[in-house]
Design a protein around this ligand. Structure first.
Ligand code: FNR
Length: 182
């Protein structure tokens, strides 16, 4: 089964984006294996640290290099994606000549309590994900307004229409990985 490194752009304990990502992992488990990457220990990008790279940086790059694809699950902060995601992208983009994103199949989603469902954040993130050379699935899109009642006590999505919609998106991502993956 193909593996997907999942980067959640929130470090918050009760992050709705992490909950959403975990529910997607459950839903995808018969097709894709989601592996969550810990971004909590990454220092803010500093070129000098490459002299003795932190284990968190090497771990991030190893996780992306080993995965068949990458999924970004971003909150929306002030109509863009979060610094946690930007920082992870910058770290794994370096050192020069060892860009972990190059040719990696990728997808973006995210959730917010707001009605726009992270549309602005995802739109901004598309630019940078493309710039670093990942092969981004641009369609279909998932803009998810978070409503607690859509999830059961185990975090699975219960609403049948929502399940079907997200399951279709996972199918598309699995096909995208097969088509463009190395
Ligand atoms: C937000 N939030 C937010 N929501 C939104 O829909 N559009 C936005 O532009 C913003 N801007 C914003 C800025 C900052 C600094 C914060 C802290 C929050 C609200 C945000 O969607 C909400 O806090 C989510 O719960 C964040 O996701 P996690 O951390 O729960 O995954």
């Amino acid at each position: 089964m193909k593996t997907v490194a999942v980067l959640v752009g929130s470090l918050r304990r009760d992050s709705i984006n992490r909950k959403f990502a975990e529910s997607l992992a459950k839903l995808a488990s018969d097709r894709l294996k989601f592996q969550f990457v810990d971004l909590g220990d990454l220092p803010v990008y500093n070129e000098d640290l490459w002299a003795n790279p932190p284990a968190s940086v090497l771990g991030l790059k190893a996780a992306i290099d080993a995965a068949d694809a990458v999924l970004f699950v971003t909150p929306e902060y002030n109509r863009t994606f979060t610094p946690v995601i930007h920082n992870a992208i910058d770290w794994a983009n370096r050192p020069w000549g060892k860009n972990s994103w190059a040719g990696k199949p990728a997808a973006i989603t995210g959730t917010t309590p707001g009605a726009t469902g992270t549309a602005a954040a995802q739109n901004s993130l598309r630019n940078i994900v493309s710039v670093v050379g990942a092969y981004l699935m641009t369609q279909p899109e998932v803009y998810f307004t978070y409503k607690p009642e859509v999830f059961d006590a185990e975090g699975a999505i219960t609403n049948p229409e929502t399940r079907a919609f997200l399951s279709g998106w996972i199918d598309s991502f699995a096909r995208w990985i097969d088509r463009v993956g190395a």
